[in-house]
Design a protein. Structure first.
Length: 206
């Protein structure tokens, strides 16, 4: 998983409540377990007509937001089914941070496992950032995870709270596998001891 330290990019406004995971990545894209390529299906039913034509009014189809790295959204973002394809699609599109008043729990947890920083802020602060994001190509934010701040286009900063353990994992690019591999020396030492004292316990293992 890529480290998240600072992120500077255009923020796209999506002022919609209860955006569920089926909206984020529709069910027809769940046939694959590959993480690459899902960005094309991100918000597919909102981005395209049934015939596959782009809907010009959808925010990510507008020239200023085609390469957005940050999404400012409504409350309860990521509700619905637990599909991990939702954060995969966001990352593949290029979005590494979502700001909203609240998130569905499973989606929120999946974000941290896939290198997305979900930032929950009071509604009035999200509304303020939403207005900033509506300024097209000028809606450039800088997210500094170490200082836990969002720098707005006017230079002002908004502070956000984050669990210290999650912050450590994001700063160091540690998903569940990465956390386990941090203990690889201890794991190897345990296996060496076990082979010597209980050889039958590791039968079939190299």
């Amino acid at each position: 998983m890529d480290k998240f330290t600072t992120l500077t990019g255009v923020a796209a406004p999506l002022p919609i409540m209860n955006v569920d995971t089926d909206k984020i990545i529709p069910k027809q894209y769940l046939k694959t377990i590959e993480r690459k390529g899902l960005g094309t299906g991100l918000f597919d039913e909102m981005r395209r007509t049934p015939e596959g034509k782009e809907i010009p009014d959808f925010v990510l189809n507008k020239p200023a937001y085609r390469h957005a790295k940050i999404l400012v959204a409504g409350e309860n973002f990521g509700c619905g089914s637990s599909r991990e394809h939702a954060p995969w699609a966001l990352v593949d599109f290029g979005i590494r941070c979502v700001i909203a008043p609240s998130f569905a729990d499973i989606f929120y947890n999946n974000c941290f496992k896939n290198g997305i920083l979900p930032i929950a802020l009071p509604t009035e602060q999200v509304d303020m950032l939403m207005r900033d994001a509506e300024n097209g190509a000028n809606s450039v934010f800088t997210i500094d995870l170490e200082s836990q701040t969002i720098s707005r286009p006017n230079g002002e900063s908004v502070r956000f709270e984050l669990d210290p353990f999650r912050k450590h994992c994001m700063l160091n690019g540690l998903d569940d596998i990465g956390l386990t591999l941090e203990k690889k020396d201890s794991i190897a030492a345990y296996e060496t001891r076990t082979r010597a004292s209980q050889p039958w316990a590791l039968v079939g293992q190299r």
